[in-house]
Write a protein that binds this ligand. Structure first.
Ligand SMILES: [Zn+2]
Ligand SMILES: [Zn+2]
Length: 278
């Protein structure tokens, strides 16, 4: 099994050392893990940080290099352990991020770039402290239209290997909007999946929703159009923000992926996809 969405204490909202995650992965018998700490770069927000030894600092190229060094050390330590370790990052996408993102990641050997929409209009809709600020001003239909437009921009940016937690808005949206949260325009979903398939961008099966709202991201009725549009590449991740959540729901997620018609999950090496039959 593999886990391709993991945050360590280098993310401002997560805990656990790299080493602790590696040990936990070994005890769970995971074959490969990919660290995907947050990289938020919106200048209109105050969350563009990377943490070292409990201290947050501005997210810079230098900081990412330092994280790379720490991950390489764990790779070296684990080279005969049977655990493969990859260096990824989860980027909170918004349109216009490109120049700042390039400044930070160019020249760094990342294995995997996960692109996620966390914010609409600079408000984090999957944060318990912020979602209400956005939801209170937008109908479900407007929120969904804006969200999927942001996903479409993310896909078109051609920067990413996989799209993270596609329907993460339901984390707080189910309770807030009730059934209206499901009023997604199928045509926009189809268009997004078609663009992802053409660009070889993966869809992530994210198991964090199981721990919160008893649902995978994305839901079956959202995910079911992916194969139909020729999308064959998926990644899978727990989105662990603490060591005990590593690998959680991955076995169920594989079953879920099979039920959606997928035949493989993908690992990445220097941004190149490698299929693992399921
Ligand atoms: Zn995320
Ligand atoms: Zn995440």
């Amino acid at each position: 099994m593999i886990d391709y969405h993991i945050h360590t204490n280098h993310s401002i909202d997560a805990e656990g050392e790299l080493e602790e995650y590696c040990q936990r992965a070994l005890s769970l018998g995971l074959e490969e893990i990919c660290f995907t700490n947050h990289c938020e770069l919106d200048p209109a927000r105050n969350d563009s940080f990377i943490c070292f030894n409990g201290q947050r600092e501005k997210f810079t190229h230098h900081g990412l290099l330092r994280l790379q060094d720490e991950i390489l050390k764990q790779k070296e330590k684990n080279k005969n352990s049977g655990l493969s370790i990859k260096f990824g990052i989860e980027i909170g996408y918004y349109k216009g991020i490109e120049p700042r993102l390039h400044e930070i990641i160019d020249g760094i050997e990342l294995d995997f770039l996960l692109g996620s929409i966390h914010c609409l209009n600079h408000i984090c809709i999957d944060s318990s402290r912020e979602y209400m600020t956005y939801f209170a001003k937008h109908s479900a239909q407007t929120m969904l239209a804006n969200y999927y437009q942001a996903v479409e921009d993310l896909v078109k940016s051609d920067l990413f290997n996989s799209v993270g937690h596609l329907d993460v808005y339901k984390k707080y949206g189910i309770a807030y909007y009730k059934d209206e949260i499901d009023e997604v325009t199928v045509e926009s979903l189809r268009r997004i999946y078609r663009m992802m398939a053409e660009r070889n961008i993966a869809l992530e099966i994210n198991t964090a929703g199981l721990r919160r709202i008893d649902q995978f991201y994305p839901s079956p009725f959202i995910a079911k159009y992916a194969r139909e549009q020729g999308l064959n590449i998926i990644t899978i991740g727990s989105d662990a923000h603490r060591v005990e959540d590593l690998g959680k729901g991955i076995a169920e997620g594989i079953k879920y992926a099979k039920s959606l018609g997928f035949e493989a999950v993908y690992r990445f090496n220097k941004k190149q996809p490698i299929s693992v039959k399921i």
